[in-house]
Design a protein around this ligand. Structure first.
Ligand code: FMN
Length: 411
């Protein structure tokens, strides 16, 4: 905790009265603490108390008061840039909604939006139990979790309303422990921190004519999950994606392409500079040799389409990579047979291949879960259970981190 820059975001719930204690506990551990207080929060805890315990001015409004000329023109982004972690405690239903919607109407929400990729956000909701379980609050929490925020369920016990039940904010000591864990995990121990990573995702579309194409059912979900998980570990991620219907994970640089040829051209720009290339895209193997200009007419009962082989983007990178670059691929097979995946790994000289069996219900294209078997260059295999793609992505990155350590790569 020593020397870490921590923002405590405080919202308008009765549990705000505990926050000066939290600020003190973090200061005692040697952290630099700044407070972002909402207008609601200021109704429950005094700004003076928080400024005194943090020994810093309390941050509240984005705009300066009317009679004060603006002197710091980057004030609204300065907190987010400064922070190593953001802790929001208590988080009200109102602020959960503001965060989930991406609003930026006070310093707390501005800080949330400008925090650097990979920096942990810990959210401790506190409110009446019924309110917490409402569909709206749960939906907002799910959205925030999807973005990588750590949201902690309120505790059960006596509530300020005099009732007993779910809704209490965690005690300052518990919040401090959760923060310590979060600070250790992503930023200090991941060999991926600061690494330039390229992930390809989604299908490619290969033009038959101006209105038709050949493609496949890839949704891009696995590649997007990997990109998100890598940013959470502090990596600098470029996601080169075919046409998919997915939001760009926060902190990821996204490049949209359509065909395999376009994907290769985009990827080649990173072949020298990236330290890790993860080919999760389902690149079409073939493309029409001569796409028709305009729309083909339907005037014969049969047509012949000549297909030519597409470039193998991952192989091109892998076969020219240097000793401190890693190439990771995916092998989707219709049968639970590792032999083809192993052959692919060897032919392309990959460092690891993630084999997945295609059953359309629990693994492979479109679905939200996957069942991966990770095969390393050494032949070592790790079978993962059926997992949500977000979790499977984390396990894949764990294995890649081990490769970095085993190969002694630290570029
Ligand atoms: C006495 C009182 C207690 C409140 N306690 C909570 C609470 O524990 N949790 C919550 O989500 N809202 C609570 N509210 C409602 C919030 O203060 C209100 O939604 C406010 O707009 C929150 O603003 P903020 O999210 O910007 O801090 C309370 C309101 C009052 C008057």
């Amino acid at each position: 905790m020593r020397g870490k820059n921590i923002i405590i975001g405080i919202c308008g719930g009765i549990a705000a009265y505990k926050t000066p204690q939290l600020v003190r506990a973090l200061k005692k551990e040697g952290a630099n603490v700044r407070v972002a207080l909402t207008d609601g929060g200021a109704r429950f805890v005094s700004e003076l108390a928080l400024a005194t315990v943090s020994q810093e001015p309390v941050y509240r409004k984005i705009f300066p008061p009317a009679d004060t000329p603006e002197t710091d023109y980057t004030h609204h982004i300065s907190l987010g840039e400064w922070a190593d972690a953001l802790v929001i405690a208590p988080a009200t239903a109102n602020t959960l909604a503001r965060l989930a919607a991406g609003l930026c109407d006070d310093m707390l929400t501005a800080c949330f939006l400008t925090l650097r990729p990979g920096k942990p956000v810990l959210i401790f909701p506190a409110m009446d139990g019924q309110m917490f379980l409402s569909a709206s609050v749960q939906r907002n929490i799910a959205l925030l979790q999807e973005q990588g925020c750590l949201v902690f369920r309120p505790e059960s016990g006596e509530l300020a309303s005099g009732q007993c039940g779910l809704g209490r904010m965690a005690e300052p000591d518990t919040i401090k422990s959760r923060l310590e864990e979060a600070l250790q995990k992503p930023t200090e121990h991941s060999p991926l921190q600061g690494k330039t990573i390229v992930v390809t995702a989604g299908p490619t579309r290969e033009k038959i004519d101006g209105v038709r194409y050949i493609s496949n059912y890839s949704s891009g979900k696995m590649g997007f999950a990997i990109a998100r998980a890598a940013v959470e570990r502090g990596a600098l991620v470029t996601l080169i994606t075919g046409p998919v219907n997915l939001e760009t994970p926060p902190g990821v640089e996204r490049i949209n392409v359509e065909s395999a040829t376009e994907m290769l051209a985009a990827a080649r720009n990173f072949f020298q500079s990236c330290t890790l290339f993860i080919g999760a895209a389902a690149v079409a193997d073939y493309r029409p040799a001569l796409p028709f200009e305009g729309k083909m007419k339907k005037n014969s009962s049969e047509i012949e389409l000549t297909l030519v082989k597409n470039p193998d983007i991952l192989a091109e990178f892998s076969l020219q990579k240097s000793s401190n670059q890693l190439a990771i691929g995916f092998a989707l097979e219709m049968q639970s047979d590792l032999v083809n995946a192993q052959k692919k790994l060897e032919a392309k000289q990959l460092d690891l291949i993630a084999f997945n069996f295609f059953d359309r219900k629990t693994a492979g294209f479109e679905v939200d879960t996957n069942i991966l078997t990770l095969i390393e260059e050494s032949g070592a295999t790790t079978e993962l259970p059926q997992l949500p793609k977000e979790e499977a992505a984390k396990r894949l990155l764990d294995a890649i981190e081990e490769l970095y350590v085993n190969k002694g790569i630290n570029c």
